[in-house]
Structures are given as structure tokens and as C-alpha cells.
Design a protein around this ligand. Structure first.
Ligand code: MRU
Length: 368
């Protein structure tokens, strides 16, 4: 793994970095190491399957869309190194790596979605000479990245119609630019509003235990000049009761066919509190995150993470007794009846979600 580190300085804004990219010359996946933010900005180049798997598992690259783009560039980098003209040998190795990368994190459907898209390119072009097939894979990985930017901007446009200038917005975890390639999903309406002088007041949950809200959302929104206030996870009821919040926007890792939504642990608490205080709760979901093969939230596999993320990570000293039992699920499922609407790049879906999400996909299937 090669590093290209630099201390943060005021010359380059964090939003000017690519979260995920391809180094064609060195045949490497480049990611911005998100575990080091906000104190250190470091781009790392990944070349082996193990390095890419680790980067996803350790959340060096994280957030459902960014994981998908990283997996697409990652599998291209691996495939591109293969020295064979034989499609059977090429595809055998490709599927081995695909399954391996897919095992890095189970909840965000974008990981398997992107790998399956790359797999589809292999299968559809099995008759091509291997060098041409490699070129097709590279084009597909770039297309996935470009699409992510377009999709997030569309989500921002639809999301912006749900709020008005001066509104208070609460968000949980980081579904921002750092979790995608530009705009983010939950932050896309905020960025578009910022461009148009909406003057939103944003409240960012710190998001225990890995602090994506404090380290990433607060950082990138501040860098964009947004009025952002950091709160602890247990403060959302207080700010909603104070009347400071007009809408909640969150991202998602997988939406089941009935609208149940997996997102960062703690999201369902925010949704329940929002319902109590009559604050609309919006899930921003690229259609790549909607999984019709999973009927309800019960079918969504929730990633369990190591205990030390809760007991000592980010702290100067261990914060809990040695040997304590820890439960550390990375995500929870927000029941569809707590969700006001799901904002996609093809429009806003409301209950009953089974039907409205289908209509979104019908629209997606139509020539644009
Ligand atoms: O564990 P993480 O940091 O990958 O979790 C990220 C989230 O839960 C995001 O809200 C989700 O992936 C949507 S990102 C646009």
C-alpha cells in the first residue's frame, strides 16, 4: 500500500479531493483514507485484493456509494494485472476476487451491486480478446463513478423541494460527499441549498462508535461553509423538542422492497424521535441501494463489528472495563412506517413503499 500523505492545510479544501479514483499509470485504486480525517489527509494507492478488502472492512473507504465505486475500480485493477489471453482463466480469477471483495462488508448492497455490474460486463463480452475486455471493465468502473455523481445531484434536487430556506436539518452518520463521489446523498439537498443561498442550519449527530458524523459530516459541511452544529447522538430529541429541526435527511445502505431501511446504527432512534415530534424523516436512496430481492428489513444482514470500536477506539485511554460484554452492530433497520419518504434520483417515494418503489423502477426503465 503506497501513501501520498499531506497534513491538512487551508490551501486545498477536503471537498476538492476525490474520495475514490483510479491511478491508470500505476494500475492502482486510490482512496482518501477516511479513518485519518479530519486531522490528516492521506491518499492511498491499493493494488492487491487483500489491501482493497482491508480498506473496505476497516472503513478507510466507506459509505454505500463510495464502497461500490471502490469495488468497481478495485476489481478492474486486479483483473487488469492478470497475464492471460484465456477467457476461462481470466473469468475464473475474476469471480474468485469478486466473491472475496464482496465478503468485506455485508450490509451495503452497493458493494455486490457494483461487483455484479462488473461481472455482467465480463459475461456479456466473453467473446472479446482479454485486452479489450479489460478496457470495457475500466469504462464500466468510470461509468459507475460518473453515474454516482449524477444520481446524487438528482437526489439533491428532489430533496431540496421538501425543505425551505432557513430550515433546520438533522443528519446522522456521514452520507456526504465523503461517502460518495460528489454531493453525497443525505447532504445533496444541503449542498444544493448552499449553492442557492438557502441558509440551512444543519445538526450533525456525532454517530458513535466510529464518529462518522463528528469526523466526516461536520468536517465536510464546515468546509463547504454550511452552518453546521455537532451534537451527540443522545441529543436529537432535545433539538427536535426545541423546534430547531424541520426535516431529517439520512442515507441508507439497503432498502428492502417494503421500504424498511438499513442505515448506520442509531438511525432508527432518530426516526422514532422524529415521529414523536412530527418532524419529517427522509431517506435519501440511490436506486442502486434499493434491493427488491429482500422483502423486509428482517432479511437484511447486519454487520457486527469488533468490541474495541466501542471500548477504546478514538479515546486516549480505554473507556470501559476489561472483559466487558459488548454488542456492536454497525447498522439498524428503520421500519418503513417511521419513514416519511424515500428520495431517489427518479423522484420521491411515499407509503405504501412497495408500490411507490416499483413505480420509481418503472420510471428508471423508461428511456429518458
Ligand atoms: O459504516 P459506514 O460508515 O460505511 O456507514 C455509512 C452509512 O451508514 C451511510 O449513511 C450510508 O452508507 C449511506 S452513504 C451515502
Amino acid at each position: 500500500m503506497e501513501k501520498n500523505g499531506m497534513k491538512n492545510n487551508m490551501e486545498k479544501n477536503i471537498l476538492e479531493y476525490e474520495t475514490v479514483d483510479l491511478d491508470e499509470e500505476q494500475n492502482a485504486l486510490i482512496i482518501l483514507d477516511q479513518t485519518l480525517l479530519p486531522s490528516k489527509t492521506e491518499l492511498i494507492r491499493l493494488k492487491t485484493a487483500k489491501e482493497i478488502w482491508d480498506a473496505i472492512y476497516l472503513l478507510k473507504v466507506r459509505g454505500a456509494p463510495a464502497i461500490g465505486v471502490a469495488a468497481a475500480f478495485g476489481i478492474y485493477v486486479l483483473a487488469n494485472r492478470l497475464d492471460t489471453e484465456d477467457y476461462g482463466v481470466f473469468y475464473g480469477k475474476f469471480t474468485e476476487w469478486k466473491d472475496y471483495l464482496d465478503s468485506a462488508r455485508p450490509t451495503a448492497v452497493n458493494l455486490s451491486w457494483a461487483l455484479n455490474r462488473m461481472d455482467g460486463v465480463c459475461r456479456a463480452n466473453s467473446g472479446l480478446p482479454v485486452p479489450q475486455l479489460k478496457r470495457r471493465l475500466k469504462e464500466e468502473a468510470y461509468a459507475i463513478k460518473e453515474e454516482d455523481i449524477r444520481v446524487c445531484r438528482k437526489i439533491g434536487e428532489y430533496g431540496l423541494e421538501l425543505v425551505k430556506p432557513g430550515d433546520g436539518i438533522l443528519t446522522h452518520c456521514n452520507a456526504g460527499q465523503l461517502a460518495a463521489c460528489r454531493y453525497g446523498t443525505a447532504t445533496a439537498p444541503i449542498y444544493l441549498g448552499q449553492e442557492r443561498g438557502y441558509g440551512f442550519r444543519v445538526f450533525a449527530d456525532e454517530t458513535r462508535p466510529l464518529l462518522q458524523g463528528a469526523r466526516l459530516t461536520a468536517y465536510e459541511l464546515q468546509a463547504a461553509g454550511v452552518d453546521v452544529t455537532l451534537i451527540c447522538d443522545n441529543m436529537s430529541a432535545a433539538v427536535m423538542k426545541n423546534g430547531w429541526i424541520n426535516a431529517v435527511f439520512v442515507g441508507c445502505d439497503r432498502v428492502a422492497a417494503n421500504g424498511d431501511t438499513a442505515n448506520k446504527i442509531g438511525t432508527s432512534v432518530v426516526a422514532a424521535v422524529a415521529k414523536q415530534y412530527h418532524v419529517p424523516f427522509y431517506v435519501c436512496a440511490p436506486t442502486s441501494t434499493i434491493d427488491f430481492a429482500t422483502e423486509t428489513g428482517e432479511g437484511i444482514r447486519i454487520e457486527q463489528r469488533p468490541a474495541d470500536e466501542v471500548t477504546q477506539m478514538w479515546y486516549k485511554e480505554r473507556m470501559a472495563p476489561e472483559g466487558i460484554k459488548v454488542y456492536n452492530p454497525a447498522f439498524d433497520v428503520t421500519d418503513h412506517d417511521l419513514i416519511t419518504a424515500i428520495v431517489t434520483e427518479y423522484g420521491v417515494a411515499r407509503a405504501p413503499f412497495k408500490e411507490s418503489l416499483r413505480r420509481i423502477f418503472d420510471k428508471k426503465a423508461m428511456p429518458q
